[in-house]
Design a protein around this ligand. Sequence first.
Ligand code: NAP
Length: 244
Amino acid sequence: MNRVAIITGASRGIGAATAKLLASRGYAVCVNFRSRVEQAEAVVAEIVASGGKALAFQADVSVEKEVAALFDATEQTFGPVTELVNNVGVLFHQCRLVDMDVERFARIMTTNVTSCFLCCREAMRRMPDGGAIVNVSSLAARTGSPFEYTDYAASKAAMDTLTKGLSAEAAERNIRVNGVRPGFIHTDIHADGGEPGRVERLTPSIPLRRGGQPEEVAQAIAWLLSEESSYVTGSLLDIAGGRK
Ligand SMILES: NC(=O)c1ccc[n+]([C@@H]2O[C@H](COP(=O)([O-])OP(=O)(O)OC[C@H]3O[C@@H](n4cnc5c(N)ncnc54)[C@H](OP(=O)(O)O)[C@@H]3O)[C@@H](O)[C@H]2O)c1
């Protein structure tokens, strides 16, 4: 069977690294993005230049109709989607919960959790038996990210619970559903939170004494999608340099 993977939020960071790695392993990949068209096209160009198959597709995956369009476009280009990586995640400026407004909280939940639900549902409706889904959560689901992003942390905990529940439902079709929980990874997301140097500040709290690279998260995602993890489902894998 041809392996066809959708990676949401793949114009940069962990999503881009995952798209490149999967393409190098023979998957046809859909590089989904919301706004950074040039970066998404650069990811696709790099994959194609290395002999891989890739398509860039703009869709806000928190919107039901756009998720359907994303799956339609991928299927029309490459055939049925066999793997899905729900990688989209956003956060906003660091602050205490007491200072968060309800609009911010709703946007975090819609972008991080509703998108995961919508893409999982679409995948379950269309994916052949034997497929795989990986949801990109965060170690924040366990720590709660006090003083910084309690809203984001709560959204990631919701994703973990969705992963657990869906994995049991999907098992009857041999579709495996797992999650990864990265710790502090060197990407641009920290600048969105108002602190580009956040990983460096927090490095002393990481047992391995360094932040992670997006490619190190991509390796774990690729393993969870592959036959090498054929007996793993409903699992949440920390990729956090030993941080608990
Ligand atoms: N970096 C870390 O330290 C870390 C730690 C734990 C967990 N994570 C999780 O890992 C995932 C990736 O993180 P990252 O650091 O690589 O993030 P990033 O560099 O900020 O990239 C986020 C990606 O998501 C896309 N995106 C955002 N909203 C979208 C939407 N509604 N629809 C479609 N695409 C959307 C962005 O596309 P555009 O730019 O085109 O809008 C971008 O490609 C996230 O779920 C994050 O929560 C990251």
